[in-house]
Design a protein around this ligand. Structure first.
Ligand SMILES: [Zn+2]
Length: 513
């Protein structure tokens, strides 16, 4: 049974004080604010709450002395600021929402607050957004304000719905069991704002064996080889939400465990996602603009290199300066791990060219030692159905199903295949149990990099497949579909047509296990 307890909100313990400095006079639609307390955070948020709950009428602020507020209150005027929205009740709503998200294995909660339409609460579950609740504007606004002010370890003093803000809930008393934290990001929309809450699950009990994420034995062994090398840059590529951070976190955690704390591991993350026991994790300071954020990130990498690290993890290579710094770190005798946006392991080369890294540098296998790429495929629950039993349904709902079927049967035996089931208690009625990695793992060597250097990328890939037993993400997906682990059509929506792996089948008999 998952339970959680909540501490009393401390920010508003001075409600008595708030009553003395803020008063809403509904006869004149005016908020009286003590002129000495106008800019205090809890006062601003109380004013914001009053305004939000009176959207229909324009409300003015008047800055007065505390004696005038006291006088009007004695006259029986006014609404107590703190009563406009019940904070305790809102915190309970938020807590219930977090608990529900954990039970449904959601990775994110989106709260879309629109002044025009209704406000939606959505969960991202196995990468798909699902609407969970709808609320009136005032309610949703109050929910977000409460989460930001009363539950988060706030980085900016007040919640400004018109600007981009980040915060984090780290207080275990405000989190359901199973969560290590919640990362909050708000962004303005045309007619409101959206608050996205990333659920940071407690991974302390999780195994660091990459095979549990979906990597196969050969891939895991090659990553283990990269971990043992004293220097070199290893990059994990993939789009947002492809599980790169989890792979890096597990890799570093196992590395620290295996070396029994003898290596100085330092990370530079914006922001740190998961705790890595034994690593020095450096957060990057909040900065209001992209430029300042990038500058702070570079500063943090330089800082990390100065404190005698053995292993550096850079959260993301996202621009030319961070690419340059990552290579610099690898060239000065460090083992470096990072992520970047690229569509395949060998696409890493193109991406690095775009970022201004010289071909000379990146084709030195002593410097760029590993190129990994991954995607996540949904894994089928035991309520899965034989693929064949779905033909009538597909014929009705998929315009090109005959084509799909031809393509898939040209590669796989239809009797081996399964499709997403109708849902059961085990999978929260989704048909999906979780997600599994399909990956490409490339450990570079002189021959491979020599081919890339002279522009023979396809030869390099053939060499990798032949000599290193490399498999592509599509081929990895085929193997998992054949085992009935993933739905072939759902998988194609992530990795592309499965017949992209045809040559793989011609060159080697498809292993059954
Ligand atoms: Zn099920």
């Amino acid at each position: 049974m998952v339970t959680s307890t909540f501490q009393q909100d401390t920010q508003f313990q001075s409600d008595g004080d708030l009553e003395q400095v803020v008063l809403f006079d509904d006869r004149e639609n005016v908020i009286l604010i003590s002129k000495d307390h106008v800019f205090q955070a809890h006062v601003r948020s109380a004013v914001q709450r009053i305004k939000s709950s009176h959207k229909d009428s324009p409300i003015t602020e008047r800055h007065v002395g505390m004696d005038e507020i006291a006088k009007r209150r004695l006259d029986g005027v006014g609404q107590k600021a703190e009563n406009v929205i019940d904070k305790t009740e809102m915190q309970q709503h938020a807590a219930a929402l977090f608990l529900r998200a954990v039970k449904m294995k959601a990775s994110d909660i989106h709260i879309r607050v629109s002044e025009r339409g209704r406000c939606q609460v959505l969960f991202r579950i196995h990468n798909d957004l699902t609407q969970i609740e709808q609320h009136p504007y005032t309610w949703a606004h109050a929910l977000c304000t409460t989460i930001y002010h009363s539950m988060a370890d706030v980085s900016d003093a007040t919640f400004e719905e018109g600007s981009r803000q980040d915060a984090r809930i780290g207080n275990k008393n405000k989190l359901p069991q199973g969560l290590d934290g919640i990362r909050i990001a708000t962004t303005p929309m045309v007619d409101g704002f959206v608050m996205v809450l990333r659920m940071l699950y407690d991974a302390s009990g999780a195994s660091n064996d990459l095979r549990e994420l979906g990597y196969n034995a050969n891939q895991t062994a090659r990553i283990a080889f990269l971990k043992r090398r004293p220097t070199g840059l290893n990059l994990v590529a993939g789009p947002t939400g492809s599980g790169k951070s989890t792979t890096l976190q597990r890799t570093l955690a196992s590395l620290i465990e295996e070396t029994e704390g003898t290596r100085h591991v330092i990370t530079v993350e914006d922001p740190p996602e998961y705790p890595i026991p034994g690593a020095v994790q450096t957060p990057v300071t909040n900065a209001p603009t992209e430029e300042l954020r990038a500058a702070a990130f570079q500063q943090a990498i330089k800082g990390a290199m100065r404190v005698d690290p053995d292993i550096i993890m850079i959260g993301e290579i996202r621009d030319t300066p961070s690419a340059r710094l990552a290579f610099q770190a690898a060239m000065t005798g460090h083992q470096v791990w990072s992520t970047l946006h690229a569509n395949g392991a060998f696409h890493t080369v193109d991406r690095l060219v775009d970022l201004g890294v010289s071909l000379e540098l990146m084709t030195d296998p002593a410097i760029l030692s590993g190129m990994i790429c991954q995607r996540l495929l949904k894994t089928l629950c035991t309520c899965k159905r034989p693929f064949k039993s779905m033909f009538d349904h597909y014929k009705e709902h998929r315009p090109n199903f005959d084509e799909d079927l031809n393509r898939i049967t040209s590669i796989l035996d239809i009797d081996d295949l399964y499709a997403q089931g109708p849902g059961c208690d085990a999978c929260n009625q989704t048909g999906i149990l979780g997600r599994t990695v399909v990956a490409e793992v490339v450990v570079t060597d002189n021959t491979m990099m020599g081919l890339i250097k002279v522009g023979k990328l396809n030869d390099a890939i053939e060499y990798w497949k032949r000599e290193h037993k490399g498999i592509t993400m599509v081929e990895h997906a085929i193997l998992k579909a054949q085992k009935g682990l993933v739905d072939p059509l759902l998988s194609e929506s992530i990795v592309g047509p499965l017949d992209g792996g045809k040559s793989f089948l011609q060159s080697a008999a498809l292993p059954k296990a």
